[in-house]
Design a protein around this ligand. Structure first.
Ligand code: DP6
Length: 365
């Protein structure tokens, strides 16, 4: 893949005799999209702009130790939660090769990378956004430590988002506190298809919103997000979908500013159901929701109709139900979730999360 951008930096190479050894570590959160990214063009370019809440509790910690690469030594030694994880190690190697034009020094170093997630391994929560953003942030810290670059926070996070995007599209949004927007839209100044931008021009109630994830099934997904995106290329509703996403984003930006929760919920639920409808009408078709996903949705809608409480759902590319509500309804929502949704969760697992402050450096380079 050719990356024709100003980030291609052949000058970021170590001098022949330069001895380096250092460590860095980052904690980076997962995110939940309100406007969904579903469908992409070559080079990890989204077909529509997306917007997400950055989460707080669901995160990945990534520790990177680097030193000069010795001829025989392994390039990347990767451990996940203390054990070697060859599938993920191969993914990281592929990622490093893809970004070698941007970080040519990667091939001059060898790496010991250790990673762990705050959420249970078998919770069915996707970790590509948190893991790819944590790793990308670490790589930017290494660039900064070795070459004295990226000294303004704005430049640092923009590049980290750019690199994260190459690893996994949705990861680009995880590098910012509260909300991140990725993809060109005339509704958000400075937005880009190449990196996400921070988005906080919203009513304050959204900065402390809750997202409790009801784990309906922790099984591995039958179709990966990457394969799902590819099926959009032949989906007969693709063009209409991209127009709908554009219209929904416009409306959402407006209602999030005014704090209109009813309209917020309408748009967010529409996005979730559209995402799954697109999967159902792909060729081949696939269904990631489970009967209990629908049961959760039904109970949330019934509870809302009865109590008028602003409690909404969204879905990721999987069966688990994200329950969204404002802080002032936390007590009522907690009681509802405990009595009505927890019994539908696998092993009673509900991950309580909230909009968060973004990534954090946990050890310096
Ligand atoms: C449904 O970012 O996981 O969660 O770019 O192929 O890594 P790749 O896909 P990924 O897709 C996320 C899809 C989604 C919606 C979203 O997060 O916007």
């Amino acid at each position: 893949m050719t990356l024709n951008t100003h980030y291609n930096k052949p000058t970021l190479v170590l001098n022949n005799n330069q001895k380096v050894h250092g460590k860095t570590a980052w904690r980076s959160p997962s995110n939940i999209a309100l406007i969904k990214y579903w469908g992409k063009k070559p080079g990890q370019i989204p077909c529509n702009a997306s917007l997400s809440f950055t989460l707080s509790e669901a995160h990945t910690n990534t520790y990177v130790e680097y030193s000069n690469r010795q001829n025989q030594a392994a390039w990347i030694d990767f451990k996940f939660e203390g054990s070697p994880e060859p599938t993920f190690a191969a993914k990281i190697e592929k990622f490093f090769r893809t970004i070698a034009d941007i970080f040519p020094f990667l091939e001059q170093l060898s790496f010991k990378i250790e990673s762990d997630n705050s959420f249970p391994h078998s919770s069915g929560i996707a970790s590509s956004a948190s893991s790819m953003s944590a790793l990308s942030l670490a790589l930017c810290s290494i660039e900064s430590a070795l070459f004295g670059t990226l000294d303004s926070p704005q430049e640092f996070y923009k590049k980290a988002s750019y690199i994260s995007r190459i690893g996994s599209g949705s990861a680009s949004r995880s590098v910012y506190p509260y909300l991140g927007a990725w993809g060109v839209t005339d509704r958000i100044a400075g937005s880009s298809d190449l990196y996400a931008v921070p988005y906080v021009d919203v009513h304050e109630s959204f900065l402390s919103f809750h997202d409790d994830v009801v784990i309906v099934s922790a099984d591995k997904k039958s179709v990966s997000s990457t394969a799902g995106h590819a099926l959009m290329n032949s989906n007969p509703f693709a063009r209409t979908r991209y127009e709908q996403a554009k219209a929904n984003l416009s409306k959402l930006v407006h209602v999030m500013k005014t704090g209109d929760l009813t309209e917020f919920g309408k748009i967010v639920e529409d996005e979730a159901l559209t995402l799954h409808a697109l999967m159902m009408c792909s060729d081949p078709s696939f269904i990631l929701m489970k009967p209990k996903t629908l049961e959760c949705i039904d109970r949330i809608r019934r509870y809302r109709a009865e109590t008028k409480a602003p409690i909404y759902f969204t879905l990721d590319a999987g069966p688990n139900v994200h329950v969204l509500y404002p802080e002032e309804y936390a007590n009522a929502a907690s009681a509802f979730i405990a009595t009505q949704l927890e019994p539908l969760a696998e092993g009673g697992l509900v991950i309580r999360d909230q909009v968060g402050k973004g990534p954090m450096k946990i050890e310096s380079a």
